[in-house]
Design a binder for this molecule. Structure first.
Ligand SMILES: N[C@@H](CCC(=O)N[C@@H](CS)C(=O)NCC(=O)O)C(=O)O
Length: 320
């Protein structure tokens, strides 16, 4: 995928750092927060903000999960983008999209970025959160968008669990750090590094981390104790993609999640949380990754297996 350079789309890849063949991305540039305070720069309101996501993307999946878990469906509208052959990065299906708050009909997500900031230099990523009132990108960093979704819209949405409670914040932050390096980024390191050494480093880190998580989940129901927290939902998108996509497509093939008793039962426990299965389109994820415009340079043929029944019983209730 290309990126924006001084407000124009370019196909070169200068915004990917490639330290020793290791795939490393630049930080997101839009980092504003929506706040409950009506006097804030981006105040919480119903119908004002729009979320752009792609089914294939695990980072975007976090925000789509939060939209469901926090019951924001009627408050933040969701729009899908996809990669197509010959497109300019994330592309709107069905030929176009009218940008909320404007009359502009656009084909590509990058066009929202340049409405927001006409001279920006950035990668154009999902998730992206858009404000129809100011016609600006609010934020394109999933870890921040889920924090916003966790708390900012409480006055507009039905009651839901707090996934980042005060008392657990230090533990959640530490767990997030551990899984960000050892799973979220390590999976990409396996699939997208350009040297054998960088791949192997990511591979060993990934399976060391999964082994440690397996052990931890032998002692407690969720990553930070007896209740679901942000740490679980930041990991889930990678776990649910692991066996059908990462194992084969990203060469993460030492063990499957199905081979880990605790991790696989935990994955089913999360999957069976109300609202979650409905926002997990595994066939769509596979099409986005293995399809002709996806990140895996292959024939475009989508592997059929494995068939995993995440609806079958899990044993996590043993922790109460
Ligand atoms: N740190 C970002 C990463 C998001 C990200 O890398 N998304 C990928 C899709 S999985 C993307 O849009 N890539 C396009 C690009 O890098 O040009 C976040 O968590 O929001």
């Amino acid at each position: 995928m290309g990126h924006l350079l001084d407000g124009s789309w370019t196909e070169n890849e200068t915004l990917v750092e490639n330290a020793g063949g290791m795939y490393v991305k630049k930080p997101s540039i839009f980092r504003n927060r929506i706040e409950p305070d009506p006097a804030a720069e981006f105040p919480a309101e119903s119908g004002r903000y729009h979320l752009y996501a792609a089914v294939s993307c695990p980072w975007a999946h976090r925000t789509v999960l939060y939209r469901a878990l926090k019951k924001l469906d009627a408050i933040v509208e969701l729009h899908a983008v996809e990669q197509v052959v010959g497109g300019q990065g994330w592309t709107f299906p069905d030929g176009g999209h009218v940008v909320p708050g404007t009359d502009a009909r656009v084909k590509y997500l990058h066009q929202l970025y340049t409405i927001s900031d006409p001279a920006c230099t950035t990668r154009v990523t999902v998730p992206t959160l858009w404000d129809a009132r100011t016609r600006r990108v609010v934020n394109n960093e999933s870890s921040e968008i889920i924090r916003v979704f966790n708390s900012a819209f409480a006055a507009f949405a039905p009651p839901t669990p707090d996934y980042y409670p005060e008392a657990l914040r230090a533990e959640i932050d530490a767990m997030n750090e551990f899984t960000l390096k050892g799973v979220n980024n390590a999976v990409n390191g396996c699939g997208r590094s350009s040297t054998q050494a960088a791949y192997e480093e990511s591979f060993h880190l990934l399976f060391r981390t999964l082994d440690a998580l397996e052990e931890r989940l032998g002692e407690q129901r969720y990553l930070c104790g007896p209740r679901q927290t942000e740490a679980d939902w930041r990991l889930f998108p990678n776990l649910v993609r692991f066996d059908p996509i990462s194992y084969q497509g990203y060469k993460c093939n030492l063990r499957r999640i199905e081979d880990y008793p605790n991790l696989s039962n935990y994955l089913r426990d999360l999957w069976q949380t109300p609202g979650v299965a409905e926002v997990c389109d595994i066939e769509g994820m596979k099409r986005g990754v293995f399809g002709p415009a996806g990140p895996i340079k292959s024939s475009g043929i989508i592997p059929l297996g494995p068939w995993i029944d995440h609806g079958r019983p899990h044993d996590r209730a043993r922790f109460g």
